[in-house]
Structure formats: structure tokens, C-alpha cells
Design a protein around this ligand. Sequence first.
Ligand code: HEM
Length: 412
Amino acid sequence: MATLAPSAAKTGTVDPLDVSRAELYRDDTWHAPFAEIRAKGGIHYTADSDYGPYWSVASYKPLVEVESLPDLYSSEAAGITIADFKEGVDVKMPMFIAMDRPKHTGQRRTVAPAFTPSEMTRMTQNIRDRTADILDTLPIGERFDWVDTVSIELTTQMLAILFDFPWEDRRKLTFWSDWAGDIELVKNDELRQQRLMHMFECGAYFKNLWDGKIGKEPTPDLISMMIHSDAMAEMDQMEFIGNLILLIVGGNDTTRNSMTAFAYGLDQFPDERAKLEADPSLIHNTVQEIIRWQTPLSHMRRTATQDTDLQGHAIKAGDKVALWYVSANRDESVFEDADMIRVDRPNARRHLAFGHGIHRCVGARLAELQISLLLEEMAKRRLRINVAGEPERVAACFVHGYRSLPVELSRY
Ligand code: HEM
């Protein structure tokens, strides 16, 4: 029997299972409400929140079900985050992450060749060298911020290589990405307008880079690859810029926060760290496990295109559905001791941090490569990260990560 959603009218009370509240992420207290939603089947309706009424899908099985039905649960109807678009203060950039079939298929095809296994092989040495260069400048036994010195710098360098972006301007990528991914701005129209301005600035910068490559011989970077792709015929200029911004945002916070999770998470589980230090063949599995444990994007959003039933719950056409990867990746029915990092977890690869189905992360291989290279280069140098204070966490229910993390390095 389907249960009906309560009225979406303002109730005036806080739903304790409203998992969109920023403070849950700032204070790292999201575990309990999600565990409660999972215990009652993984689906919950919040009638009122900062983002209006929404459904939470927080267990593994129903989340996979929703992602497997992209015509019924649209990415295009109202975007991919829990925050609704607001005319005048938001950027409506066309991006294939927020498109449905068939348009999504054609546009994804323009960038997919940049992430093939052979492209990864081509980029490996460059990324390895840059990782090594950064590690070799780090002080031993002295406190520094891992986020800015390592995670941001490495991620930004990788994106600059991918786009053939002017090296000296690379921190602009970080700046634009931080603005683009900040859904907390929903509460402040003035800041939303500032974001709009920065996104235009970013668009203009990329338009320039694009103009510089038009009519030239192909080069092995994403902009040139997109220009010379057959599927390019399906894109107009706005879509081209929108998709470039998508790639910056997609590749930036996510990889950055996985790198910080590596530093923070293994320090929380010293026995597991010892296992990894003793056996570097565990690196590849550890990378998957860290991505699962962190889940750098807490959610993606879908909008129901028609009335439907989701495991006994009546979803109405137009309803907002938040897919909480951060919770599905802690689903005990799939991952034993899910709150623990286990470097040899047999099914770490089954995590949903990259999503599932037609929108599954196109950059997953590159992210995995970068994080693996970081772990490999750390292992070669026998470097251990010791957390020297509490991290400052991002206060938002979309990007799940860290603003800073004080650490000290030692050798083992
Ligand atoms: C899609 C997470 C790294 C580019 C996605 C989605 C997730 C995700 C959850 C699914 C969206 C959905 O189902 O609606 C992550 C995580 C990463 C990561 C956790 C790192 C650990 C990257 C990198 C890039 C990238 C390095 C590119 C440089 C994209 C793009 C999409 C996407 C373009 C859209 C795919 C589509 O709609 O078909 N990512 N991502 N991501 N990601 Fe990533």
C-alpha cells in the first residue's frame, strides 16, 4: 500500500530527519538521522526545509532503482541539486549532467574520449611527476594545512593539464569551482548574484581559450578534443561553456576532498593505516574505500516526471527526490561495519559515490588515477600523515568535504 506524502505546506517545525541542514555536515552529525531513515526502509519525506519539500532516498537499493529509471526521475526538469533554480540570481548553464536522454547521450560523447584508459595512461607520468614535486616540498615534523598545500594544489594542477589552462592562472579554477558548487548560497540573493558574475567571468575566460584553439591542429586537451569531436555539431556555444564549467566543478571539489579524506580517514583508523603501509598492493582497493567512506558529493537530485511508486511510497509528478550517496555508502546491508575504513574491504568497489546508471561520473577513472598516484608516491617516500587538529568542514549538504586540515608528516 502506498503512503501519501504529507502536505508540503510550511509546518513551522524542524523535521529531525531533514538531512539537508548544513550544520549536520559542518559538525559531522549526519550519521544518526541517516541511520534512522535507513532503518525505516531508506525513504523519507520532509515536508518543509530550506529547500522546500523533498523526498530522501538514503539506502542502497532504492537509490540504485531511482538512478536506473532516468526517464521517470529526470535530471533536466529542475537540475541536479536540492536547491531550486531562481530566475535572475542563478546561472542556468546548459550542462549534460542536467540533461535527459537523448541530448545527454550526445553531449557526454564529446568529453568521454578524454577519460579512456589510453588517455589515463598518457597522463599518468605527468600527474605522477607533479605529485612527486609537491610531496618533495612538504616539511617533515612541521604543521601545515593539507587541504591547501596538497589537495587543492594537486587537483588544480590536474585540471590545468586536462584543459591546457594557463598555468599561472590555475587557482582561478579553484575559485570558480568553489562558487559554482556552493548551494548554501540559496539563502542569500546578493551572494547568488555575485556567483552569477563569477560564472560569466569563467565563461568569458573559457570562450577565449576556445577561440584560441578554433581552426588549429588538434592538441591532446579537453577543449581541443571537444572542438574536434563529431558530436560537437550537437552543441551550441553556451552548451560548450556550460559543459566546460561542469568538468571543472565535477573534477575539483570531489577529488580534492577524497585526497583530504585519505589524510584524515586513515589517521582515524591507525590499524588500517598500518596494514596499508605494510602492503602497498592494497593501494587500489584503499582508493575505492576512501571514496566510499568520504562520498565527496552527498547527494544528487532528481525530479519525478510522473506519479509513481517507489518501494511503497507514492511519489507525485514534480516531486523533488534527493539521492543521498553519503548514506547509501554506509548501508550496513551492503557494507559491513560501514562507518569504518577497511583498506581490504572486499566490496569497496560497489560504492555509489560516482552515482549509477547513465549519469555515472565520466571522470571516475581520472579521479581514481590521481588519488592512486598520491598514495603510491606517499608509499614510495614512506610518508605518514598525522592529523594535528580537527578539520574545518564544509557546511553544506552537497559538497561533502573539508576547508582545512592541520597535519604533520613523519616517516615510517
Ligand atoms: C558525474 C562524483 C570526479 C566530471 C558525477 C556524479 C557523481 C560524481 C556522483 C553523478 C551525477 C548524477 O548521477 O547525477 C564524483 C566524485 C569524484 C568525481 C566522487 C571524485 C572522487 C570527477 C572528475 C571529473 C568529473 C575528476 C572530470 C574532470 C563529472 C561529469 C559528470 C559527473 C562531467 C556528469 C556525467 C553525466 O551526467 O553523464 N560525478 N566525480 N567528476 N562527474 Fe564526477
